[in-house]
Ligand binder design. Structure first.
Ligand SMILES: Cc1cc2nc3c(=O)[nH]c(=O)nc-3n(C[C@H](O)[C@H](O)[C@H](O)COP(=O)(O)OP(=O)(O)OC[C@H]3O[C@@H](n4cnc5c(N)ncnc54)[C@H](O)[C@@H]3O)c2cc1C
Length: 443
């Protein structure tokens, strides 16, 4: 039995994966190509470099991102412990001094007796596992080709276009109505009708809202079938009303009247706790998305589980090809972790590194990997990447919309979130304690 683990990619996921395995006594070889081969966005050769914002998301009590961090703390996560040590004031967020943060992670990896950091590009997936592939949204082209060979062309994507996701509890159902266009499909969609003046104002605000500029390397992904909503709005006053906001086939169920335009929302999960805004992929800044999208009738008080985005992103259609162990169905022992499997965000990526590592450690010690309980933030993410129907699979950040519906019966949001939070930490601790030091005896 091979007792060492290969980790490819020294980003957020790969650093966490290597660290967790090394701490359990496994010998780790970690490959990171930077310093020899750059990516289009990384600026240093440090491990776990934060490529854009220096924020690791909300630190507000009882929020889903905070819960995920708390769960990682229970595993002595290298990413979160470095973030805690090098945090900078940022209101309700955990933001860090990015240089000190990645320097500390790099030093701890270099100094760990069980980790060897090799500064090389891996161009082919090794034949023998266990291997964790954590090469991120900007996986080098040569390795991308090899991944494509192994997972199949249709399972590898090169961009993502995310529409905002709304908390169902915050929608005004007196204004929004359920219906499918021309009655095809029952009440599959939730429709927010606009009159002519509301539409005019909405288009005006879209046209004047602040946008995040595209990075030069992202421009090729900007294609006709997936234009940002504001780009369509800029093409003419009527473009949206004849495009994603067309009202035809959607008469109001009570008055029978056609609206001037209709924004459609699609169920995000079976429990209908979350809805996405159809066709609303966008490059508006986050505050502008909140401001402009809450002009939509019915969404005035909407709270968003996730905001929209468009960026270059290599990721695999994980639910179609990964097992619950996070390795390939077709090649057991070849694990994937991080953004490449369809999670969005630094902390989410580190989490998947941790889970893939725990799973690989189990394999090394001849034990079965039991995934984290569904009611935990780790379990909710794991469930998303392994069981979300693979059609239209898109990267996802942690949010309470991914959690089981049980606690959603509680109407008071604060009380509900507190309950989810407490249940999650109790379950997570129990699950963590099931990981005994069995590996030490196996290696
Ligand atoms: C332009 C852009 C902006 C972003 N902004 C944010 C943001 O503001 N906030 C946020 O939370 N997330 C942001 N993200 C997402 C962010 O990339 C992920 O959240 C996170 O960094 C992903 O972690 P990862 O470990 O999966 O990948 P990464 O952190 O990218 O790590 C992958 C590593 O693999 C290495 N690598 C690639 N190919 C090879 C190879 N063949 N051999 C060896 N090494 C290789 C890379 O050099 C890199 O170090 C952004 C992404 C992009 C592309």
């Amino acid at each position: 039995m091979k007792t060492y683990l290969t980790v490819i990619g020294g980003g957020l996921a790969g650093s966490e994966a290597a660290w967790q395995a090394a701490e359990k006594g496994v010998t780790v070889i970690l490959y990171e190509m930077r310093s020899k081969i750059p990516t289009p966005v990384h600026k240093t050769d440090q491990c776990a470099e934060l490529v854009c914002s220096n924020s690791l998301g909300s630190n507000l009590p009882h929020s889903a991102p905070f819960l995920l961090k708390e769960e990682l703390r229970k595993f002595n996560s290298i990413v979160i412990s470095a973030a805690d040590r090098h945090c900078v004031p940022a209101g309700g967020a955990l933001a860090v001094d990015r240089d000190l943060f990645s320097q500390e992670i790099t030093e701890r990896i270099l100094q760990h007796p069980n980790i060897t950091l090799k500064r090389d590009e891996v161009v082919e997936i090794p034949d023998e596992g266990p291997v964790i592939i954590a090469t991120g949204p900007l996986t080098s082209p040569k390795l991308s080709e090899d991944i494509k060979r192994i997972v199949g062309q249709k399972y590898l994507y090169f961009y993502d276009a995310l529409s905002p996701i709304v908390d169902a509890n915050t929608i005004d159902y007196d204004k929004a109505f359920f219906a499918s266009r021309y009655n095809k499909g029952g009440d599959d969609y939730l429709n927010c009708p606009m009159d002519a003046e509301q539409y005019r104002q909405f288009v005006h605000e879209l046209n004047h809202a602040q946008k995040v500029p595209f990075a030069s390397f992202e421009k090729p992904i900007y294609f006709e079938g997936c234009l940002p909503i504001e780009e369509l709005a800029a093409r003419g006053q009527k473009t949206l009303a004849f495009g994603p906001l067309k009202p035809v086939g959607l008469p109001h169920p009570e008055t029978g009247r056609l609206a001037h335009a209709v924004v459609q929302l699609r169920r995000e999960n079976k429990q209908s706790t979350a809805f996405n805004l159809v066709g609303f992929q966008t490059k508006l800044t986050y505050p502008e998305q909140k401001r402009v999208f809450t002009l939509i009738p019915g969404l005035e008080k909407a709270e968003f589980f996730r905001l929209g985005a468009i960026h270059r992103n290599t990721y695999i259609n994980a639910p179609g090809i990964l097992t619950k162990n996070l390795d390939l169905q077709s090649r057991p022992g070849i694990y994937f972790a991080g953004q490449i499997i369809g999670v969005e965000g630094y902390v989410e990526s580190a989490t998947m590194g941790l889970l893939a590592s725990l799973s690989a450690i189990r394999k090394i010690s001849g034990e079965e990997f039991v995934p984290p309980p569904l009611e935990t933030a780790m379990g909710a993410l794991h469930n998303y990447v392994t069981t979300k129907p693979s059609k239209n699979y898109q990267p996802m950040n942690i949010n309470f919309g991914l959690f089981p519906v049980k606690e959603m019966g509680i109407r008071n949001k604060k009380v509900r979130n507190q309950k989810i939070f407490e249940n999650a930490l109790t379950s997570l601790t129990r699950w963590r304690d099931s990981f005994k030091e069995e590996v030490d005896s196996a290696v």
